[in-house]
Design a protein around this ligand. Structure first.
Ligand SMILES: Cc1ncc(COP(=O)(O)O)c(C=O)c1O
Length: 402
């Protein structure tokens, strides 16, 4: 056999299970199958009309040319103002780069800083892309399993134990995909204390779900709690989840000047600046009060409560109500070892998920992909009716097991 033409870096990674699920759902739909999709990773709301209009206006004004590699000054100013207003973080537009979604900021940040032998701490359950991004950048992902008893929070002890002289980054995402876990200011303080003891560790904060939280008091940003971490923290965020703008592809990173300069250089030789029209729309999004957001968050909360209630009525499944994001991460250990009508024994959460799809017509994602089993991720970014029907189908599929 001829040697692969594909680089070792790329041969190390696997496709994103959420993208694969979206494609699988579309294929099943095309075959005429009736499937409830609870694998969705984006808000089901439309981008608010005033933001859409800002995009259309930008086209009409002729803002259709290349922008600076780091993003338009107007957008970097809007991001700087947002970071100051909402997070108590002071950055100049020079310390900010606009990227093609938060995902691009995270990937590029790892690309410009990670070398072979570097370890990147990824608390698990994790967003599926983190470990593969690290692998694609020649680094070693070090997953730290966070326990359900701790509400899937990274504890200071677990962080301390995972740090080695080779640790380059801690990737910190809260509210977390897939568990919805949030942290209090005191819990963040305790993590900051550990980080202070290890100056070689940089912190990549992924704040993409920051506004989708259900508790009354939002914690301070980790960096606002411990400003001395500034020189080794990269703040990553974007407009995808807060403003329902996933398809516009606007993310950003704010941080130390050497890292921002390296990101700028990488972008200048790869993608150039992000879509001009999307940048204009994001300026309007960030500079306008998000008056729609309280209603959206309340809606996510109602859906969460309904789903948790219905799931906890199903034998073999245990669901907790998370503090944020639009996902649940129910435990399905009670279904492991059960037998389907066709005689197949469910051995893993992947088997459970396949059974739910085949016997129930409901799509959720297996915990294996998120680093902690036996669980599955269920999205609540869909209507209450779909969630109720989805839970009824899960109950039906479970009732078929013996
Ligand atoms: C934790 C987390 N970070 C980043 C992203 C990607 O955001 P964006 O669409 O802005 O690239 C996602 C999307 O699902 C996510 O769940």
């Amino acid at each position: 056999m001829s040697p692969s033409r594909i680089s070792r870096r790329i041969r190390r990674i696997k496709p994103s299970p959420s993208s694969a699920a979206a494609e699988r759902f579309a294929a099943l739909r095309r075959e005429g199958k009736d499937i409830i999709n609870l694998a969705i990773g984006e808000p089901d709301f439309d981008t608010p009309p005033f933001i859409r209009k800002a995009g259309c206006d930008a086209i009409e004004r002729g803002e259709t040319r290349y922008t600076p590699v780091a993003g338009t000054l107007a957008l970097r100013e809007a991001i700087a103002a947002k970071l100051e207003r909402e997070n108590g973080l002071t950055y100049s537009p020079r310390d900010i780069i606009v990227t093609c979604g938060a995902k691009h900021a995270l990937f590029n940040a790892l690309s410009v800083t990670v070398e072979e032998g570097h370890e990147v701490i990824v608390p698990a359950p994790f967003w599926v892309s983190y470990p593969d991004m690290v692998l694609a950048c020649d680094g070693t992902p070090v997953t730290v399993v966070c326990r359900e008893e701790d509400d899937f929070r990274l504890t200071p002890e677990a962080l301390e134990a995972a740090i080695t002289p080779a640790t380059r980054w801690l990737v910190f995402n809260s509210p977390t995909n897939p568990t919805g876990t949030t942290y209090t200011t005191a819990q963040l303080r305790a993590l900051a204390d550990v980080l202070l003891r290890h100056p070689q560790v940089m912190v990549l904060t992924d704040d993409i779900y920051e506004h989708i939280r259900f508790e009354t008091a939002a914690p301070k940003h980790l960096l606002a709690i411990e400003p001395s971490l500034r020189d080794r923290t990269l703040v990553v965020n974007g407009v995808s989840k807060t403003y329902a703008m996933t398809g516009w592809r606007i993310g950003y990173a704010a941080g130390p000047s050497d890292i921002i300069a390296a990101l700028d250089m990488l972008q200048s030789q790869s993608t150039s600046g992000v879509c001009s029209v999307s940048q204009a729309a994001a300026v309007t999004a960030l500079n306008t009060e998000a008056s729609f957001l309280p209603d959206w968050v309340e809606t996510y909360k109602r859906r969460r409560d309904r789903a948790v209630h219905m799931l906890n009525d199903i034998p073999g499944i245990r669901a907790r109500a998370p503090g944020g994001a639009f996902y649940l991460y129910p435990h399905c250990g009670g279904l492991i070892g059960k037998r389907t009508r066709e005689g197949k024994v469910l051995e893993t959460d992947n088997d459970v998920v396949i059974h739910l799809l085949e016997a129930g017509g409901v799509m959720v994602l297996a915990g294996t992909a998120y680093g902690v089993s036996p669980y599955f991720r269920m999205s609540t970014a869909t209507t209450v009716e779909q969630i109720e029907e989805g839970c009824r189908r899960i109950a039906h599929a479970v009732s078929q097991l013996s």
